[in-house]
Design a protein around this ligand. Structure first.
Ligand code: ADP
Length: 267
């Protein structure tokens, strides 16, 4: 990839072509580096559950036959890590499919109002202790992939619950504005420091690994939500203040069959 054309002493036309070629090589190189980084980060994330599983397997090998408690503890821990790994692999596959342009959307017209109401109900049923509030306008429908949009909204919801103390509140909102449906998930949680806001949608990015480790995330949720929303021609706005809370507003075009944007045009 280290090929570049010398652009100094050529004719105008050749000069233009050389510039274009060099720009293309720069972009290729960036994409290549991004891919490399992704593989390396993914391997790193997979290493943790693998070593935990190995550790427990060794423990079971030594003491599992004689000690029932150790046997039980080992089996539970291995199961838990396997589930964790499976979730991680699902997320990695989702992103890889998107990168290869093989992520298909199944589009239909559906009621976003109903979806938000369902989400509120499901969140209340989790009984996390948080106050769950909602301000949802009725009769807002959109055209898109029902399951994917729900998946994205769940990601914001899970985060709101994860990063908000149980005496706090999570509020769901939905309204229409200038041809867009705006779905809002707002919390009164720990918030996101201003300096981290620009990176929050980056793959594997966590604000503070110490702060977030106990939450068991891999820093992929928001990247996935962003892919889904961009594929629907939408965008995400975020407002957050440390110690006060966070609001994610998801803008989704209301019209029929909106023009699809490729996620490689992410910006
Ligand atoms: P994770 O699986 O670690 O939660 P995400 O990609 O979903 O990964 O989120 C990236 C990071 O953004 C999180 O690790 C967390 O630091 C921060 N974050 C996301 N949502 C919130 C929120 N509602 N409140 C505070 N911090 C948040």
């Amino acid at each position: 990839l280290n090929v570049r054309l010398n652009v100094s002493d050529t004719s105008d036309e050749l000069h233009e072509m050389a510039l274009t070629f060099n720009r293309m090589m720069d972009r290729l190189e960036k994409a290549y580096e991004k891919q490399n980084q992704f593989v390396s980060d993914a391997s790193h994330e997979l290493r943790t559950p693998i070593s935990v599983i190995q550790g427990y397997a060794r423990m079971l090998e030594r003491w599992g036959k004689d000690d029932k408690d150790i046997l039980q503890e080992g089996i539970s821990a291995i199961n838990k890590e396997a589930v964790n790994m499976q979730e991680l692999v699902e997320k990695l596959l989702f992103i890889a499919r998107n990168d290869r342009d093989t992520l298909l959307l199944v589009r239909e017209r559906f009621s976003l109002s109903d979806m938000m109401e369902e989400l509120v109900k499901e969140t209340r049923m989790l009984n996390t202790g948080h106050a769950i509030k909602s301000e949802i306008s009725p009769d807002i429908a959109m055209y898109g992939d029902h399951a994917r949009i729900k998946q994205a909204l769940r990601i914001f919801t899970d985060n709101a619950l994860k990063y908000t103390p149980v005496d706090g509140a999570v509020t769901f909102g939905l309204y229409a504005e200038n041809g867009y449906a705006v779905a809002v998930v707002e919390d009164t949680g720990i918030g996101i420091p201003e300096k981290d806001l620009p990176r929050i949608f980056d793959r594997f990015y966590r604000v503070d690994t110490a702060r977030d480790r106990h939450s068991g995330g891999h820093g992929l949720g928001l990247s996935i939500a962003r892919i889904i929303i961009l594929r629907h021609g939408g965008r995400i706005k975020i407002a957050s203040r440390e110690g006060e809370g966070t609001r994610f507003s998801v803008y989704l075009p209301l019209g029929d069959e909106p023009e699809e944007r490729r996620s490689s045009e992410e910006g």
